[in-house]
Design a protein around this ligand. Sequence first.
Ligand code: AMP
Ligand code: GLY
Length: 421
Amino acid sequence: MKVLLIGGGGREHALGWKILQSPLVSELVSAPGNPGLASLGRCVAVDAEDVPALVALAQDERPNLVVVGPEVPLTKGLVDRLHELGIAVFGPFAKAAQLEGSKAFTKAFCTRHDIPTAGYRTVQSLEEARAYLQTLIPPFVLKADGLAAGKGVVIAKDLREATEAAKEMLSGQFGAASKTLVIEEFLHGIEASFFALSDGKSVLPLMAAQDHKRAFDGDQGPNTGGMGAFSPVPQMDDTMTKEVMDKIINPTIKGMNAEGMPFGGVLFAGLMIGPDGPKLIEYNVRFGDPECQVLMMRLQSDLVPLLQACVSGDLENLTPPVWKNEACATVVLAAKGYPGGYEKNLPITLPVMDATDQTTQVFHAGTKQGPDNQLLSNGGRVLAVTALGPTIKEAAAACYRQITRIDFPGGFYRRDIGVKD
Ligand code: AMP
Ligand code: GLY
């Protein structure tokens, strides 16, 4: 079968790498893809956020399955459009994608369905923001309601900083996405990213991974899309996983179905495991990046039947996937300056890679092919070096050994991924 993969980040390279290992798949086409995906199949230069162009591409390519990596085309209704055309597509409809697209929607949904999350208030004016902030204990958490490319969350240490942040956001810092703010109580504990598949009715838990969101070692510096990850997460044992399924994931899938917005695809719960058990920080409606890289490398089973079952509604009849016992880590190489301003077109030299290697991979994210076959950087997060090992620490050590073989003078990476397990 032929698979059309939408996106061109490290997440999509990892998905494409795993999808192409399926004996069911003979062809992989990516839009827009990246040089890593180009080594696995054809890449077509269509922007992953241009829904009409993606629909036209799918009509042209006639794939047996479309897999949507990033959130923007999901919230813009790509799945709805393809579904209307009878094209099989993995990912939620726009209404269900609101779980990521609107934080205010998700908080209200959690209240309706008794899903544990931080106490909050939705505000649209500075007066409302001030009044609620005064009832909270610092630090303060302020979030733009809509999508802000992972940058719409501010943690402010005092009232002055929080008020300033509220003022900037409400006056259009993130355009329409920050016209409404969610202000919420600060949660303490250990963060984990938990993933589950759903076909709208049934749920199949996948696995947890731990992201490293801050730019610099020791969880210092600004928040990023993620600078590294590992899996499994020691705190997410069977008991905790059951609690997360019972209190958070299952009520969500049931509630979305009951409200006429069945969720099909992969549900990504950002969790805080604290003293009163797990609480939901946020939902995403897609795989995490870089969490996907470690999940794909740990997944022993064929990914494609799992994705297909989410589309066909047969998830209930599927046996749970098998995971490798080894741990996996991924370390992101980013362009110096990320998540702030950074240069593009910086030269990179990689060691020779073997796509059949199941233990170490360098997944491409923001890269492009320059003149004379020179690989160049083309984004903030550039590569994700991913490796298996008997423990998290050994998996991370294998990543760092691989990094020494990469020449990327314009890049930087965290040196402490997986050291704190
Ligand atoms: P989000 O985009 O909602 O995942 O938020 C980005 C990051 O901000 C999270 O990964 C947490 O590290 C932090 N964060 C968000 N909400 C809270 C909260 N209520 N309490 C503590 N930290 C939070
Ligand atoms: N790494 C977090 C995310 O993909 O949103």
